[in-house]
Write a new protein. Structure first.
Length: 60
């Protein structure tokens, strides 16, 4: 369920540190309602998180 939430950080690391241009990552939009800081996707691209942490905190 939180695959995109955590993997967005790993994909960003791969891009910045390892120079990988494109990595495909699944996005499940209905899961964003369950996370305190949901992943943000715009124009088909994950946007870097603006909040600290792993972005996997669930809503109460």
């Amino acid at each position: 369920g939180d695959m995109g939430q955590i993997h967005q950080h790993l994909v960003l690391f791969n891009h910045v540190a390892l120079g990988q241009e494109k990595i495909f990552l699944e996005y499940i939009p209905h899961l964003r309602d369950y996370f305190r800081f949901p992943a943000h996707v715009a124009d088909g691209v994950y946007r870097p998180p603006q909040d600290p942490g792993s972005s996997s905190d669930l809503m109460d």
